[in-house]
Ligand binder design. Sequence first.
Ligand SMILES: Nc1ncnc2c1ncn2[C@@H]1O[C@H](COP(=O)(O)OP(=O)(O)O)[C@@H](O)[C@H]1O
Ligand SMILES: [Mg+2]
Length: 441
Amino acid sequence: MPPFVLVSRSAEYETRIRALLGERLAVVPGEFLTFGPEAVMSRVPEQPRIALLGPVLNFEETKGLVDALTAKHPDLGLIVVREQRSDLEDWVDELALHAVLSPEATDDTTMALLDRLADWLIMNDRAGAHDFDAPLAPEINQMPLVDLADPDESTGDVEVEVDLDVDVQPEPEPAVPGWEFPPLDSGQAAEAIAVVAPKGGQGKTTLAINVAAGLAKVAPNSVVLIDSDLQFGDITAALDLAPEGTIVEATSDAAIDELILKTTLTHHKGDFFVVASARSPELGDSVSPESLARLIEQLRGIFRFVVIDTTPGLGEHSLVALEHVTDAIFVSNLGVPALRGLRTELEMLRTLGLLPANRRIVVNQTEKNVGLTVKDAERILGTPVDIEVPRSTAVLLASNKGVPLIDDDPRDPASRALRALVAQIAPEAADARAQKRRRSA
Ligand SMILES: Nc1ncnc2c1ncn2[C@@H]1O[C@H](COP(=O)(O)OP(=O)(O)O)[C@@H](O)[C@H]1O
Ligand SMILES: [Mg+2]
């Protein structure tokens, strides 16, 4: 188990501390604090000995973390990494800290402090004598152990002190808490697919519409598309539909009755149904996350495929939607900020246990010669890209006409990519097209 854990929002500081501590350090990105200290706690190794909190965490965040950490690990050594500021005394007074470390401190000072605190914890029976040992790496026998109590001597000859009697076998890395959806039982075979992006304008709506239209060819009238973008929902506009009802009525208590729920749906001539977005963001506010969850489950009992367009980011509604789907399509354009946002989002969802078992990564609006390639995107995301949808003027033309692109311009390259996405979700879709081609040949 790594004895040190760092929670910080500074990638630069993280790199520095990682270079100092190597395998002995576990890192939890400070971005997880958006979901409260518990989201961080689930990423902290089993028995940390010293926690470094900061830089770039505010007082409330630090306090929440200190409380959660000390409740679970009363013997933990706590260091806040923060500039000397006038309010620092309040921090020290209010938080049970062992030390405050400047992020600008040299490597020697930083290591000296960590060693001092480690020794103190061992002397006070808060940690075992070998808890801070490095995991046994092959080169450890050649590595002089530097006596950091006296940094000036660090370049001189130093005695090699490796106690090989101790069990210093590296423990396996704590597994990332994975979480898979339970298999659907036979009575409930509906597949629900959420289209998710950390930012707006990435192509969620474009994807959701075309996935619904594509699935409707496999399962006519057994597909429903929910516009759960409560702020900027625009599916009815993009499909040129006059809504019968909206998500506000579909999530009302009256709609618990299936017959009433069905009256709130708007039919599209491409053989699928739409739950229209609220008529205004204010009305959208009245839709609670719980009622959205209920709507998804209800529709899964009626339709074979439920496709959900979501609000950008990981608000409560998106999280609830992800809890109630079997598949998720994550979409980003080829820009570094969007890709990094998506990477963080994927990490958070994995931690929260909300990453659906079937997930697809789509990079949308790709263009040749814009600097980044899909390979670069995969490196930034840390995961393979499943589908690449090229930028195409046909997308805008189709939405101006109110027709799904895959119907408006089937030969367009973006249209082909979207059909490939549908075929990944429902392999029958590819079969159906092949059959049609054979018949018409
Ligand atoms: N592959 C693409 N090529 C060209 N324009 C696209 C493409 N995908 C989306 N767009 C356009 O980008 C804008 C944002 O797409 P949209 O699907 O509405 O994103 P979101 O729902 O994530 O906000 C729209 O104007 C849409 O027509
Ligand atoms: Mg949208």
